[in-house]
Design a protein around this ligand. Structure first.
Ligand SMILES: Cc1cc2nc3c(=O)[nH]c(=O)nc-3n(C[C@H](O)[C@H](O)[C@H](O)COP(=O)(O)O)c2cc1C
Length: 389
């Protein structure tokens, strides 16, 4: 089972610690950051979506142009784009990047945020629309015949797509923690994205996703790969790491204006993923080896916000716990985006891969040097899915 690493793309030097509200794209920074991820053997970078933030497709095209190996995960809210347009845009970017595109679906976790771009469906309806959307994309990518679609949310006639993904299809990721997320992601996704929860709660979520996959008739080797996200705070020693963590917490509290990705409010979050993080935070500040929750409460759990605090070895061991649980995609992004990516590339990613190698697990997979098991490779499960689709 390969273990792969995910980061997040940032278009400028804005961070949660040193916010630059309204800062424009900084092309020099974007290129430097993207190349740093590629050079430091991250396998993927997520380009997030927010109603007030940059367009992931244009950022993704830039990242693709200046990198060689890293895969580009485009976050997509179905309400923002007609599915036939999305199918072609994703496939165009996939061709431009020689098959390096993944799409991450966001049903939308907050009614107010969705309304900002004209979406007034309930969350359950948004998930139902997402289900239909994914099915349309898959068909548009594979079908050479004209498509006539009559669904609940979309109707179109005689759609012909000449823009094919390089590897026949594009991996589909789904994120969320509500029953509808499990059902749709379990049935349809290649990847299922989770925020970092303690091992027990993560296992519960994985079981529910797998149960949904089984209920949809997927074979055990065709279940979604699990992606888990945390924010490591690493320093040379445990003591220095905790000192750094408390400095970060002070800044987060000071800048309660919040992360730039999502417009913030002081209301309780409507998305289940954030509600879960806030509930778990009540159980204690540190859970498992080093999963730290004050960063969750300080930011109202808007987005991925659990930290992993400690020396490189502690963080490596914590990540290995998730790998042993069955998580194949490990998203690590810090609070000092660029420098943390360099630190992870130097101390964390090689450490995890080395440890997996020593355990006889497939931890040697570096970016671009896969053993044929990655999502665009000739994985048996993928072959099965290609036949089923
Ligand atoms: C790994 C991951 C990445 C996410 N990226 C985004 C994003 O870029 N933009 C966004 O609005 N929501 C993002 N989300 C949030 C969820 O997709 C969203 O809240 C979900 O549609 C509803 O969540 P729920 O099912 O937990 O209620 C992400 C979630 C996960 C797990």
């Amino acid at each position: 089972m390969p273990t792969e690493f995910i980061s997040v793309t940032f278009a400028n030097q804005n961070t949660e610690l040193h916010p630059l509200p309204g800062a424009p794209v900084d092309p020099e920074f974007l290129v430097k950051y993207a190349r740093a991820l590629d050079d430091n053997d991250f396998n993927y970078t997520l380009i997030p979506y927010g109603s007030a933030s940059f367009d992931p497709f244009t950022l993704g095209a830039t990242v693709a142009a200046v990198t060689k190996k890293i895969k580009i995960i485009i976050a997509l809210r179905p309400n923002t784009m007609y599915p036939t347009v999305a199918a072609k845009q994703l496939a165009t970017l996939d061709q431009l990047s020689s098959g390096r595109v993944v799409v991450h679906f966001i049903a939308g976790g907050d009614d107010t945020e969705q309304a900002r771009e004209g979406d007034f469906l309930s969350k359950d309806e948004r998930y139902a629309r997402q289900e239909e959307y994914i099915k349309i994309l898959r068909q548009a990518w594979k079908s050479s015949d004209p498509i006539n679609w009559e669904g609940k949310y979309y109707t179109f006639k005689d759609f012909r797509n000449n823009v094919r993904p390089v590897n026949g299809t594009i991996p589909v990721s789904v994120g969320g923690s509500s029953p509808e997320a499990y059902r749709i992601g379990g049935a349809l996704a290649d990847i299922f994205g989770l925020w970092g929860e303690p091992l027990k709660e993560t296992k519960e979520q994985i079981d529910r996703i797998y149960a949904a996959a089984d209920a949809a008739g997927r074979a055990p080797n065709d279940r979604p790969k699990i992606w888990v996200t945390s924010r490591p705070i690493v320093a040379e020693t445990e003591e220095l790491a905790w000192k750094k963590a408390h400095n970060i917490l002070d800044l987060l509290k000071k800048n309660r204006a919040g992360p730039a990705i999502y417009p913030t409010s002081d209301k309780a979050p409507q998305n289940v993923g954030s509600q879960r993080l806030l509930d778990i935070a009540k159980k204690g500040e540190v859970q498992d080896r080093a999963l730290w929750y004050p960063t969750v409460t300080a930011t109202g759990a808007r987005g991925a916000s659990t930290a992993l605090v400690g020396s490189p070895q502690t963080v490596i061991d914590s990540i290995l716990d998730y790998v042993e649980l069955g998580c194949e995609l490990i998203s690590i992004r810090g609070y000092d985006n660029y420098h943390d990516a360099l630190d992870y590339g130097r101390y964390i990613i090689p450490g995890v891969r080395q440890a997996l190698k020593e355990k006889g697990l497939n931890g040697t997979e570096t970016n671009g040097e896969t053993n044929g098991h990655d999502l665009n490779g000739d994985r048996p499960a993928k072959r099965a899915r290609a036949l089923r689709d």
